[in-house]
Ligand binder design. Structure first.
Ligand SMILES: Nc1ncnc2c1ncn2[C@@H]1O[C@H](COP(=O)(O)OP(=O)(O)O)[C@@H](O)[C@H]1O
Ligand SMILES: [Mg+2]
Length: 392
């Protein structure tokens, strides 16, 4: 045992938390600070260094609607448990009255209807997604600004002591839970700070940010506006129990475009994994992407309606094309936009594309995404030389 004097690097992270980090970055556009906080909290948990008698972490996510607060928690569940639904989610707006609180904790014994009430927040519910490897629960209190006083008190107890007492006096232990709370509080203050830079100038702000010409101060101001709004609304008692408050940034046009690409990817994966067994590949022209962005995103609601716009305009039509056998396995579809009719158009560009070539196209699409896959990819594709092209 000599004197080693070896420098250690405390910034290195373990393999598991690195996996979580990269999974989150694949699924979430921007919002790096929130990703860092989740990964740090997870790493602390894995190392057994979380404070005893408290939840693994109490994280508060602030920021505008549709900026990815809820999605972030689902993405963490996807990474850790393999299922986005593996989150114990409490929509605070649904528990406004005292009888609704009893849905969460069950009623006292002897109370009328006691037998029928199963507490939504029991230990079994909390532990239901534990795996051999990970005994961690993700609990989300969504939109806490809507919580009633009763729910608020219950939440304070969980944050502080990691326990909840059910109606029948059983205790629920939250010391293996990561608690997430979201609120869009402060969003309007944040928006008014950003407004001169939003709208048509959004692209300009992003360009300048990318070039490092702005915007740390603006970014700091926006974060501060969010945190100050939270301090005004929430009691110090509550704020003191939060380990970390993260302010989500409003999404600019470039970010919304990336989110669209992610969502289209998910639709494409669904086609490949569907029990229907007729895999085909689709790509969207720039016009079609612009249309979906206009329909599904805006500065006020972020990406909130994007999925719905994709379902309504794309998935629904694709389903019809499948059901009527107009699209078959091995087809390559180009989805365009007809501005006169204001709807998407569907053109078969090639057929009988071999499965391996389709898979290659999907892998390659990582770089320029779907918009750029287009017909030229079909021509380059090995084995697609004999594919009929309806390209004009
Ligand atoms: N930063 C983001 N990265 C990836 N997808 C996002 C992001 N923000 C929003 N989305 C998309 O928009 C939808 C709505 O976002 P959500 O997380 O529910 O917003 P909120 O901040 O209001 O909780 C998500 O399901 C996801 O599809
Ligand atoms: Mg939300």
């Amino acid at each position: 045992m000599g004197c080693l004097n070896k420098q250690l690097d405390p910034t290195l992270t373990g393999v598991e938390s690195e996996q979580l980090d990269s999974d989150l970055r694949k699924r979430i556009v921007g919002q790096e600070e929130a990703i860092e906080q989740i990964v740090n909290t997870y790493q602390t948990y894995l190392a057994g260094m979380s404070s005893p008698g408290r939840p693994v972490g109490n994280l508060l996510f602030l920021g505008p609607t549709g900026s990815g607060k809820t999605r972030m928690v689902e993405a963490a569940a996807e990474s850790l448990v393999g299922d986005a639904r593996a989150v114990v989610k409490i929509d605070c707006a649904e528990f406004q009255h005292s009888h609704e609180i009893s849905k969460l904790i069950g009623s006292p014994p002897g109370y009328l209807g006691h037998r029928e009430t199963h507490a939504l927040l029991s230990q079994e519910v909390l532990n239901q997604y534990h795996t051999e490897k990970i005994k961690l629960s993700l609990v989300l209190f969504d939109e806490i600004e809507k919580a009633s006083d009763a729910l608020w008190n219950l939440l304070l107890g969980i944050l502080d002591k990691a326990t909840l007492t059910l109606g029948d006096n059983r205790r629920v232990d939250f010391s293996r839970a990561m608690i997430f709370m979201t609120s869009n509080l402060g969003a309007s203050e944040m928006n008014s700070l950003l407004r001169p830079n939003l709208g048509f100038a959004a692209g300009e702000v992003e360009r300048r940010q990318a070039a490092g010409m702005v915007d740390d101060t603006l970014s700091e101001k926006v974060s501060r506006a969010g945190v100050e709004a939270a301090r005004r609304k929430f009691t110090p008692e509550f704020m003191n129990r939060i380990d970390k408050t993260v302010v989500f940034r409003p999404l600019g046009e470039g970010e919304l475009r990336k989110i669209l690409a992610l969502e289209l990817d998910i639709v494409q994966q669904r086609i490949f994994n569907s029990a229907h067994g007729a895999p085909f590949v689709f790509s969207l022209t720039d016009g079609a992407q612009d249309f979906l962005l206009r329909e599904g995103t805006d500065l006020k609601y972020g990406a909130r309606h994007l999925k719905r716009a994709i379902d309504r305009n794309l998935v629904h039509s694709l389903s019809n094309l499948i059901a009527t056998a107009q699209v078959r396995a091995g087809d390559l579809l180009r989805v365009g936009y007809d501005s006169a009719l204001q709807r998407l158009t569907f053109v078969k560009e090639a057929e009988d594309v071999p499965a391996y070539a389709m898979v290659q196209m999907l892998d390659r699409s990582a770089a320029p995404r779907w918009g750029a896959v287009s017909a030229s990819a079909a021509v380059e594709m090995p084995g697609a030389a004999n594919a009929k092209s309806s390209r004009r």
